[in-house]
Write a protein that binds this ligand. Sequence first.
Ligand SMILES: [Fe+2]
Ligand SMILES: [Fe+2]
Length: 289
Amino acid sequence: MASDFYQNKIKNYIMQMPSLPTSVTKVIEVCNNPKTSPVDLDKVISLDPVLMGRVIKLINSAYYGVQNKITNLVRAIIMLGLNTVKNLALSTAVLDKLSDKSSFKALNMEGFWRHSLCTGVVAKLIAKERKIDNKQLDEYFAAGLLHDIGKIPLNNIVSDDFIKAMAIADSEKIPLYLAEKRTFDMDHTDVGGLIIEAWRLSGAIADTIRYHHSLELYEGEYKDIIMTVIVADNYANKNGIGFSGCLYPEKVPSEYWNALAIPKEWLHQIDDIVNSEIEKASIFLKIKE
Ligand SMILES: [Fe+2]
Ligand SMILES: [Fe+2]
């Protein structure tokens, strides 16, 4: 079948996807302005009671492990930082639009999100180990959590051929994105790129979604985050935590390990805490309940 067929089908599907709430787009916009204060952000979030409720719920969840219950949003923003609150608002909004169970066909939704949560959690643990600034840690988590969202339209709209792509990857022992390229003439990072365009996203999360299988082509400023997500994605795939259709992931190039200055063996040390961290982070998926 001509590749135009798939591309048009996927593009139409993405164009018809609901857009992100304006409150969330506004949060991203004000957070990108270096002059924004916690009070400014509070004003934007307070206009949307649903978003406000979610932010407060997340902040008081085991995931953030804050000692005393926080009910005041300005205090929460000061404690966690603008960047964390931005990522949190963006992640919940994206999950809200994309975690509709009934539309999952080829992949199992629980498995897919467990893979995504694991990638996010491990990316954050690596960043923490590397003493990345606390206020940046959730950028690593969100980039990991959302890295594979391009698979969702493939899974939902061209499911039968997506299953074929997974079968090709399995039988030829190749990474799934290569089998996708062969099947659709595009892979899930291209599809993720279309979602990013539709939602007008930019920054570390957008770049991770686009470049986590082609970092060699990347020239932006978030190389560190993307590289970390690549290592975390590999960890999730290798350890079979969750499943996003890829049984034979690409080897992580040794220069990535060197650049991150994390010994491979270190990753085994986190095996015990990964599952409990995933449990805590699963609040992101349960937040709309
Ligand atoms: Fe991927
Ligand atoms: Fe992945």
